[in-house]
Design a protein around this ligand. Structure first.
Ligand SMILES: [Zn+2]
Length: 305
């Protein structure tokens, strides 16, 4: 496990063990963006960065996300060294090279996706999460390659795949190279389903838009979403201007997509891990509580007839 991941696990343990006011450290507070309540940071951390009053889900980074989903001590991160290249020499208000450098310094990451071999409640999986802090979680060549490799490892090991999305879509600074990632990731995902016959769970978090929403994010065998996430291809203003009509209330939210059959279930962050484990056991025909050990096949048993 990388040092960031370890730190998050340790922080969670510390928060759980520490009695109130025991360390004399200055208290830190965060204002809930939805209900305006001031929340003690430790309370927020214990609550998986969800407001206890209104259930607003605060954004979390990729390490925090994987720490919440994966069993402790059983996480092997992949492809963290892959770095984006400015193949087009792209400059908008700032050069792409400059953006990469400043974002790398601010986040300590090389790009917007983190992948790992891990276990969810004892079930071996290949799992990955977007990191929205890195250029809005946009998908360029490195993100596409990391996700493709994730599916390929899942095919090789015959284990399920899980991808947690939080993305503004394709990375415009990489032009057509970023659009190609949609086809590339989906081709690998098709092999996971057709050749390895392993399930894929897609988790949509705020926001999941553009080329990510238009490719693997909406191709889950089971699609879960966090509450009140923005999910869609184009933004509401663009759609409104194009079709010249007002959009319904709650358009492009998790709840709207659930109502219209595009999402299978809305899961609060706290119930996400047990729910994923339950879904995987059902899809893999594993009995309740069954675990798969690293390196062993968890291929579904064939049910006669
Ligand atoms: Zn709140």
């Amino acid at each position: 496990m990388s040092s960031d991941g370890r730190r998050w696990f340790e922080q969670r343990k510390e928060f759980a063990a520490r009695p109130p006011d025991s360390d004399g450290a200055p208290e830190r507070w965060t204002k809930c963006a939805a209900c305006g309540e001031m929340l003690f940071d430790e309370t927020l951390a214990e609550n998986m960065a969800v407001c206890p009053l209104c259930l607003h889900h605060f954004p979390i980074d990729a390490h925090q996300r994987l720490a919440l989903l994966c069993d402790e001590g059983n996480v092997e991160f992949h492809d963290e060294v892959l770095s984006p290249v400015d193949a087009l020499g792209f400059i908008d208000s700032k050069s792409y090279k400059g953006r990469i450098e400043s974002t790398r310094k601010a986040t300590g990451r090389n790009d917007a996706f983190l992948a790992a071999s891990a276990a969810v409640d004892g079930i071996d999986v290949e799992v990955g999460s977007f990191d929205f802090r890195f250029m809005g979680g946009s998908m360029g060549s490195v993100v596409g390659e990391s996700i493709t490799r994730l599916y390929e490892r899942a095919i090789e090991r015959r284990v399920p795949a899980i991808v947690v999305s939080a993305s503004g879509g394709a990375r415009m600074q990489e032009g057509v190279l970023s659009l190609m990632q949609m086809a590339k990731t989906c081709a690998a995902l098709a092999r996971l389903k057709d050749e390895a016959r392993m399930p894929y769970i897609s988790v949509l978090t705020h926001p999941t838009t553009g080329g990510v929403a238009a490719s693997f994010a909406m191709l889950g065998d089971v699609i879960l979403a966090e509450p009140r996430a923005l999910i869609g291809f184009a933004g509401p203003r663009v759609i409104q201007q194009t079709i010249g009509a007002n959009l319904p209330d709650g358009f492009q939210t998790s709840e709207y997509l659930l109502e219209h059959g595009l999402v299978d279930h809305i899961a609060n962050r706290r119930e996400l891990k047990p729910l994923i484990a339950q879904v995987l056991r059902a899809l893999l025909l594993l009995p309740p509580g069954a675990r798969s050990r690293r390196g062993e096949s968890v291929a579904p048993r064939v049910v006669p007839g």
